[in-house]
Every structure is written in C-alpha cells, then in structure tokens.
Design a protein around this ligand. Sequence first.
Ligand code: RIB
Length: 323
Amino acid sequence: MTKIITLGSINIDLKKSVTVDRVTQLSQTYPWFPSRGETVTIGKTQPQLDENIEEQYYGGKGANQAVAAAMGESRTQLLGMVGRDENSYDLLKHLQSKGVDTDAIQQVTAPTGVAYIYVEPDGSNRIIVVPGANNQVGRQYIDDCYRTITTADYLLLQNEIPIEPVHFLLKRLANERTPPTVILDPAPPQGTEKLLDHDVISYITPNEHEYASLSEHLDAFSGTIIHKHGGGPVTIEGEQTGVLSPPAVETVETTGAGDILNGFLCSQLAEGRDFHEALRIAVCAASLSTTDVGAQQSIPQMERVRSLRNDHFDWISMQLRYL
Ligand code: RIB
C-alpha cells in the first residue's frame, strides 16, 4: 500500500470565539496580532491576551494533515515532537485512534505546542502558535528518521517546525533515485521562499495570505501551485493549470480546512487518482470540514466526501454539457 509521511507540528488548539469589534481591538493593541486566515508564530510563552479559552481541540498543521490523509484511507505516518505532557491530552492515543502511525514521534522536555485560535462569527480564524516541543525538531531527528522518510511515496510538509532541518532533508532527498513526491504547505510563509528552490517539491498549497507574501518568488518554483482562496475557487498554476469551484456549504468554522485539503489531496494522489480528480475530492473534504468546529474533529468520513464530490462535480459537468 502506498505510504504517506507527514513531518510537522503537533499542537493543542485553544479556541476563543470573538466578535469583530474584539478582533479590531486586539489588532490595535498587538501589532503582531494575525490578520484573517493568518498564522503567527510567537516566542516561548503564552500570549498575554487576557482571553478565556472556551474549547480545546487536537491540532497542528502537521498532525491535521496526517489525520486527514489517514481518513482519506491512506497508510500514514506522522513525524514530529511532543512534550512529555502529551499524555495529559492523550495526544498520541488520539492520533493512533485515527489510524496514524506515531511510532517515530519523539517526546522531549518542552511543553507540547499550543495554538490560540480566534474564531469570528463568519467562521474565519486567526492563529497564534507557541511552538514548544515542535521547535526541537533538528538535524539529528531528521537523520534518525531519514531511512523511514525514504520509504514514503508522498511527503507532506508545512512550516511550523524549524526550517533549517527541512532544507537539510530536501537537499538529501534530491540525491535519492526515487524520492517521495513532496507537497509543501507554506504556512506560515516566513522563510519558505527559500524552500521553493528545491526541485524535489512537486506541489505548494498557499492560501491568499501566503500567496501574496510569496508572490515575488513563485516564478522560481518549477512545480504546481494550488492557490487556496478560503471558500472561493481554488486556482491551479504552474506545471498544471485550472480552476475548481468548491461546493457551497454552511460554514461554521474554517480552522484546519487548508490542512484537510492537503491531507485528502495527498491521500487521493496516493490512491492513484489523477491530479484534478484528487483535487476535486480534497476540495469537498475541506468544504465539509468547515461545517463543524475544530481542526481534526471536523475531518469528514470518506463516504460523505465521496457523496459530496459526486453531487457537486457531476452537477457542474452536467451544466457544462448543456451550455
Ligand atoms: O491550520 C490550522 C492549524 O494551525 C491549527 O490546528 C493550529 O494548531 C495551527 O497549527
């Protein structure tokens, strides 16, 4: 069976629902406060935002993508780091229950990563990440996992672990005869412009904010750019081209929707679907996830995804036939 490896962040998400006025106030008080759809990484301690947290979920872009790939029915392993406090959240047990292989996840002496998620009434989010254990991923860990990584057919990357070991890994993979197909989510975008030079990356999946911040560097990228626009059409540029309109759904919360698109896209490519069909399925999975709260908690079952894919895209092709 085709194998997917995700190397990335593992977080506990702490969610707060906020009004538009409160968000405006926070943005004025803290110049670094994320804009809509943006993830900002801050230092070692929790932000002093005087907010009561309402809900707690499993998150982290790496973990979200791994769980989505597993729910897309692919063999999936997650690589990354958690704190020794992980058992107070039952984090590894949770990942295993979703079908993710956690054997190579390392426990380190640092708190598990935490993300503070501010959700507005329209479901959009602003994320502040305190990386904790995620920041301890370094060359040594990549070295330790390297042989395992080369057994993968697909590799999912994001930008919530230190970037230097990721460069180190991509350079090494370029020397492999059959490296895994690499899908990079440049989120958050800071520093990822340099990753675009690695020819071993086949796909990048920026949202509007990440696309804008990388725009000057995108010409250097030789693969396919999947440009996500929240609930709007996904545009495909570069090696492959196209536009894909997602189905309309009743959005409650968008946290993790981009990750869910990546995880399902990868699982469907791994299942042997052609790129456009894999993306249709991924877009439906991401749309469905916005109808529920939380990141991993909102990942839909494959059966629901298939059914929405058939209803939505078959309807579109029927309309096109009658034009
Ligand atoms: O993309 C959503 C994720 O970003 C959240 O789960 C949070 O943990 C941050 O990593």
